[in-house]
Write a protein that binds this ligand. Sequence first.
Ligand code: BGC
Length: 766
Amino acid sequence: MKINNILFLTCIGFFVILIHSCNSTKETSNSMAVLTSEKVEDDEVSKKVKELLSKMTLEEKIGQMNQYTGFFDPTGPSPKDGNNKEKYEHIESGQVGSMLNVRGAKEVRAMQEIAVEKSRLGIPLIFAFDVIHGFKTISPIPLAEAASWDLEAIEKSARIAAIEASAAGLNWTFAPMVDLYRDARWGRVMEGAGEDTYLGSKVAVARVEGFQGDDLSANNTIAACAKHFAAYGFAEAGKDYNTTDIGLSTLYNVVLPPFKACSDAGVATFMNSFNELNGIPATGDAFLQRDLLKKEWGFEGFVVSDWGSIGEMIAHGHAADGKHASELAANAGSDMDMESHLYVKHLKELVESNKVSMKHIDDAAGRILKIKFDLGLFDDPYRYCDEAREKELILNKEHADAALDMAKKSIVLLKNEKNLLPLAKNGKKIALIGPLAEDKTSPLGNWRLAGDDNTAISVVEGMKKYNDSFTYSKGVKFVEEKTMFHLHVPYNKDDKTGIKEAVNLAKTSDVVIMVLGEHGMQSGEGRSRAQIDIPGVQQELLEAVYEVNKNIVLVLMNGRPLALPWAAENIPAILEVWHLGSQSGNAIAEVLYGDYNPSGKLPMTFPRNVGQVPIYYNYKNTGRPGPKPEVFWQHYSDMTNDPLYPFGFGLSYTTFKYSNLSVTKNGGNNVSVSVNVKNTGKVAGEEVVQLYIRDQVASVTRPVKELKGFEKIRLASGASKTVQFTLTDKELGFYNNQRKYIVEPGKFDVMVGGNSVDLLKDEFEL
Ligand code: BGC
């Protein structure tokens, strides 16, 4: 079998590792199944696929590889004469395989009818949409959900999103985003599960299973899409779409595992990415898509390009023109062209001139048809188009309850001096201050395309349910502008007129709750920030209020970790609530008033200063670790290496004590670890017990700690529990620079605790 790509790792002139094309039998690794054919198994579906392919013309096969965005209201005036004439005709002539952004049972049915009734073979379209954190009922942004470390709740959240989306005619979501990242400047950190590979892989699988359920053909499940393959989250300097250049070890040990986990879990589709990786745009990367994903991992679904990413290979300087871009992408294994409009223009000629083989076209079209069969679209292309079901299921009470549960679980208590929280339900004079407290849109966060503006429960509304005697003042404003894409871009730089009123209010109150942070559209795609502080004049508002009243509870709404050293030092209570979705205000109020005891733990490190990023818990020790009372060790001269809040960190209204860490070797590479956890506080609470290891000496250096297990437990006041973990090859090994998964003998540290810093420690030897 052929491995035909090159990966390299450059370390500032020290060494270059090159893995080159070779024509040898591929080594089998401990954990990767190696398939020898990119063809799907010869089962019943593949027979049907083959049979259908045999009836299709080249144009029709290429048509399956073409995806357009929604371009007209299919239930409205005829598009035959307008700007959309060509797209309409392409559906009629079987030259479109999929539509994105068409939604609604009626609208999807109308468009499906064109494909099914008018095209020669009547092949149904597959309808895609970015169902990222809920459809109409909006759940917390994915980063927030990951903070729950509650895989069951996360799976349920995806399940509900699938139920609502499928009721609106959809059968494919572009989620989960399983990109790993370490830079809070990147706007899309809100869309993933944080910085850790182990947690990220578990969350990725929970989401895939939630969307796809047990049976893809059921009318309430949808195909999932692991994106963006690969390394999009390592965009240089956290700038969206930027170049990615990472070494082999990071690629294999950090970036790829969540994708591999999705492939193993049977995810139906992958999406490639906008970025180049080590000089090759991912969309044109045959190593990633063909050799690794389809051959080595045995992935049987299809790969969709990212929006226009085939055409973008021209700007990357990799393709000369649209035709060349199509050739590169098709040969690399990008099966479906999302909105570049290039396959449909050039592939036929490329096949006829032998630049793209018929085998590749059959493989791509076959993979797309297979997923359509799996979805049951050939049995009934309208199975997702039931208006009665749509009415009954979307925004129903059960979904709201689940969104509330998920929202509460996503909240992280960062600081709580003198037990300022929870608030007494009566008898205190409370001031509520901040522009986000009455905002009913921002809490929905970015990537909630079907979610309607102004539909989240605000903090003002949530608190009123407890006690409406508090007084509210906005303090400062978010002023929204419309860009050419009609997306809200918030500016809140200058207007300080409301600060005086807020300060006066704070003066006469017992406690001040300040809801500050990022507008819902300040994170997400294209929303990278060079500064990651509390934006605009909100910091000034916070400090002005602090001058007159120090009893402040800071409620932070944001889509990324923020650098807020002043607040962390001075404000006695801080609650990280992210963008929590439709039920935001209810969830926050329940936590503020103590009806829910927070248990979230950070899935991403909070820096003290933007200059520290990329900052992450599983760093390497280097040859000059510290701290040392001298100059020559790896550190900054003006800033500590420590984060503001570490990965895995989060407080509770109770406290937990860890004891009796014990390690037992069971023979082979099998080690049991147990620890006792006791609730030493006055109320019941939940704790995420985290297990980390360090391979002390390895042929490829290992991080100072790596998460390899966690369990969320609930303990009544005074109760304790022994939590058990098992470490096996899967947790103990790593990929070396020959891409081989190995477990090396030697000493390992094992660390257990309630965050990545405060840990009990022991060791064992393999
Ligand atoms: C994003 C994808 C998304 C696609 C379709 C792109 O800009 O990168 O994540 O699925 O648009 O909306």
